[in-house]
Ligand binder design. Structure first.
Ligand code: PMT
Length: 219
């Protein structure tokens, strides 16, 4: 029997990469495929939640029963989250958001000219940090993608972004991170407890994440 323990709850899940436009032809992005976030959205819907899946561009089909909201840039993602923020009790941020975006978006294709080209980047809003400031009673879960000092860096993000817990993956671990159907993560709780999970599919991990959210009393 499937659990329906998210019945009556509204969950916002973010997934995929963001795209930061340089000109009408080019953008800055990253390797996120959306698999992790779509798995979380799928499981949350299966367990009875109303799910807003706010996703950067991916090649994936929206899971059954979720409300799909496609976005492109980090700023788009932030404004779509804010549209549904009041309604949600739970926010899970699996998206790989660009930290910087081009300072100006050119109206026309940049023409090839000199031997080098410099693109100035400016800081994007840190969506999760901003949500952390206004979260109130909501459960806020982040992800952390690291290539070194996984636990230390992830712990810092839990505190700074006011999260309930963070799901940390190391890009250089076999079977973890971008594009694979599996992930290998450590879950770091706000009280500092670190759980080391074995390699599992992203769908199994999605259930593990949801199990921990439901254990949080106020959910
Ligand atoms: O999509 P897949 O191919 O399945 O890959 C899954 C994944 C590797 C993308 C996923 O498991 C993952 O780690 N997602 C978070 C990637 C990331 O951006 O990590 P970060 O450590 O840079 O950011 C920390 C947290 O802050 C994240 O929850 C991120 O969504 C959020 N953030 C970051 C920057 C920013 N400007 N705004 C944010 O909200």
């Amino acid at each position: 029997d499937k659990k329906r323990d998210f019945e009556g709850k509204t969950v916002i899940v973010t997934a995929g990469p963001t795209r930061e436009a340089i000109d009408p032809v080019r953008f800055i992005s990253n390797h996120s495929t959306g698999k992790m976030g779509y798995a979380v959205a799928e499981k949350a819907a299966e367990r009875g939640a109303k799910v807003y899946l706010i996703s950067g561009p991916t090649a994936l089909k929206a899971p059954d029963g979720v409300i799909m909201i496609p976005v492109s840039s980090a700023k788009d993602m932030q404004s779509k989250i804010m549209e549904h923020f009041d309604e949600a009790q739970i926010i899970i941020k699996s998206a790989a958001v660009a930290d910087y975006a081009p300072a100006t978006v050119h109206d026309h294709k940049i023409k090839k000219s000199g031997e080098s080209l410099t693109i100035e980047l400016v800081k994007n809003p840190d969506i999760l940090y901003e949500l952390g400031k206004i979260k109130g009673d909501k459960v806020l879960v982040g992800f952390a993608m690291e290539t070194q000092n996984l636990i230390e860096n992830a712990k810092e993000k839990v505190t700074k972004k006011n999260l309930d817990f963070i799901v940390a993956n190391d890009l250089f671990t076999e079977g973890a991170g971008f594009a694979s159907d599996t992930n290998v993560v450590k879950i770091i709780h706000k009280n500092g407890v670190v759980e080391e999970l074995p390699k599992m599919t992203k769908l199994q991990l999605a259930d593990e994440i949801l199990d921990r959210i439901i254990e949080i009393k106020r959910t």
